[in-house]
Design a binder for this molecule. Structure first.
Ligand code: 5GP
Length: 206
């Protein structure tokens, strides 16, 4: 981020959303506009479509994942839809120290853990305008059975009801408006004193 002076420390920007809220579109737009680095998670789920190992995810078998988890390798981890997902801690710490901004696309349970292991992280929750609209979007994708949609909706309701601790709540009723709000949140996060630990001293010495 380049506002006045580069911050000495990178921003950890965490995005959570129920599936169907439009998170992927927002992530892609933000990454196209700003030099954010995507935090590559480890997962035990199989690669889908064009996904590449080490790019979209690091794909691990269950045993390796659990060994790493025991070793404290992950900043957070969670079981989502029967698979394990986790964020490696050291590469993230290293990149933030170098001043690199990082974007995390993780679930709510993982985000809550990350708020403890990475207290300086900033958390945004993307909401659908209503449950009826979320259901309409999930049905429109045509990828899930009625049963799977019912599970997603019930999970979404629980996540939304527990989202009060996030730093920002962005309602995606219009993708351009939601993007403007996310962008504003990211820019404001970079202005926090904790993101610019040496700024005051630099100015006073100049
Ligand atoms: P998918 O399998 O569709 O790529 O992701 C399923 C869910 O897992 C999404 O909600 C995604 O945000 C979440 N997820 C991806 N990586 C991680 C991670 O490292 N930790 C946690 N807690 N959730 C993750």
């Amino acid at each position: 981020m380049n506002i006045d002076m580069a911050p000495a420390k990178g921003i950890a920007l965490v995005l959570c959303a129920p599936s169907g809220a439009g998170k992927t579109t927002l992530v892609n737009r933000l990454m196209a506009e700003f030099p954010l680095e995507f935090s590559i998670s480890c997962t035990t789920r199989a690669p889908r479509g064009e996904e590449k190992d080490g790019v979209d995810y690091v794909f691990l078998d269950r045993e390796t994942f659990l060994q790493r988890r025991e070793r404290g390798y992950f900043a957070e981890w969670a079981e989502v839809h029967g698979n394990f997902y986790g964020t490696p801690l050291e590469p993230v710490r290293e990149r933030l120290k170098q001043g690199k901004d990082m974007l995390f696309d993780i679930d709510v349970q993982g985000a809550a853990q990350l708020s403890l292991t990475l207290p300086e992280a900033r958390f945004a929750f993307i909401l659908p305008p209503s449950m009826a609209e979320l259901e309409r979007r999930l049905r429109g994708r045509g990828t899930d059975s009625d049963e799977a949609i019912a599970v997603r909706l019930s999970n979404a309701r629980a996540e939304i009801m527990n989202s009060h601790w996030f730093d920002a709540m962005i309602v995606n009723d219009n993708i351009d408006k939601a993007y403007d709000q996310l962008r504003a949140f990211y820019i404001a996060s970079a202005l926090q004193p904790s993101a610019r630990p040496f700024l005051a001293r630099t100015i006073c010495m100049a």
